[in-house]
Design a protein around this ligand. Structure first.
Ligand code: ZN
Length: 273
């Protein structure tokens, strides 16, 4: 068992944010460079989008600390996190590990609760499916930090990339992360997009409350006669702009699937239409 040491500001994690800002990516994808102070080797989490300028910036940060990349980790398969996997793998020679074998290079997939040690830098893998089926988070106990990928963002609520992601899985994953935070082991969240979150437990509770309220809203509009996915979209979210339309539809499909699994036949019918 890894012994945690509490602390507010992470001492072992530096962020390099890619120049891919957007509605879904916030300020851009966060690539995290992690190492023990003075260590010769470091770990990179999420290479980021396919952008050579970003890869250069990540390698410049690695060079600044006079270390070498020993291992590249991936939080999930989306292109804004994996687009630079091959470029970074080729330029560093470091193996790449992900939960999805398709994103592993030269080594084996990540396993839930596995402990990783690179020159004294300790990380624990926590499977957190829900945003996608292959999403993982990494617990950095000595900094009391959780690297959450897109499972928890620095601002706003994360998306369920249905049907790859599932809401039931997502709620269970939030509970897994909450258990770590509630034990006082992780107070800081280092997300895949957006700023660092200092009050991790509060943030997780806010996300859970938001999801539960949304499910109550969906249940209410189904009881009120909403008949289809688009009825629910209009009643709960209003008319989303074109950039968000498909994302909102996927959220509603995920909510309907979740409610259907709990025995709500109106949700099952609406999802099937
Ligand atoms: Zn992302």
């Amino acid at each position: 068992m890894i012994e945690p040491i509490e602390g507010l500001e992470p001492q072992r994690a530096r962020v390099v944010t890619a120049a891919n800002p957007g509605v879904l990516t916030l300020a851009g994808t966060n690539t995290w460079v992690l190492s023990e102070p003075e260590a010769d080797r470091c770990v990179v989490i999420d290479p980021g989008p396919d952008d050579s300028v970003h890869v250069d910036a990540v390698l410049a940060e690695v060079e600044r600390t006079q270390s070498q990349v020993a291992l590249i980790l991936v939080t999930h398969r989306h292109a804004d996190h994996t687009g630079a996997v091959d470029a970074l793998h080729q330029r560093t020679g470091a193996p790449v590990r992900a939960q999805d074998p398709a994103w592993c290079r030269g080594t084996v997939p990540l396993v839930d609760r596995e402990e990783i040690d690179v020159d004294g830098l300790q990380l624990q893998v926590i499977a957190t499916p829900g945003h996608t089926e292959d999403s993982v988070s990494f617990f950095l106990p000595r900094d009391g930090a959780l690297l959450t990928g897109d499972t928890i963002l620095g601002e706003g609520s994360s998306l369920i990339a249905w049907p790859d992601g599932r809401l039931g899985d997502y709620l269970e994953s939030l509970q897994r992360l909450r258990d770590v935070a509630a034990a006082g082991l992780s107070l800081t969240l280092l997300p895949g997009h957006g700023p660092l979150v200092l009050w991790g437990l509060d943030a997780i509770d806010t996300l859970v409350t938001h999801r539960v309220k949304r499910l109550e809203q969906v249940t209410t509009v189904l009881d009120g006669g909403a008949f289809s996915v688009s009825d629910v979209v209009n009643a709960v979210y209003g008319l989303p702009g074109p950039a968000l339309h498909d994302v909102v539809v996927a959220q509603v499909q995920a909510q309907l699937e979740y409610l259907a699994a709990t025995g709500n036949s109106r949700a099952a019918d609406a999802l099937a239409r």
